[in-house]
Design a protein. Structure first.
Length: 95
């Protein structure tokens, strides 16, 4: 039985949802994998956390401050770290 998409306040590597389809890509959060027609890309936990947060409000705009607060709730995330995650997430879907 597949679990439904549920966004956790803090990313937990345990399944918050089993699978998610974004366009033609299959996302498996517990495995930290994004599969496209070009192959499988393994991403860092914070990259998957960013994807989970963005999936919470599809097609809506998040401010940088909101994303930083959600991805790094109790640590020092910043603009450069967020920019890096966005780059890696775009790259995972483009590969």
């Amino acid at each position: 039985m597949e679990k439904v998409l549920t966004i956790n306040e803090n990313f937990d590597r345990s399944l918050s949802f089993d699978r998610l389809m974004i366009k033609s890509c299959l996302v498996e959060p517990a495995a930290l994998k994004i599969q496209s027609q070009y192959g499988v890309c393994t991403v860092e936990p914070k990259v998957m956390a960013m994807l989970q947060v963005l999936a919470e409000r599809p097609q809506e705009t998040w401010t940088r401050a909101e994303l930083i607060e959600r991805i790094w709730p109790q640590s020092d995330g910043g603009d450069e770290s967020l920019t890096r995650l966005a780059y890696l997430l775009r790259k995972a879907f483009a590969d």
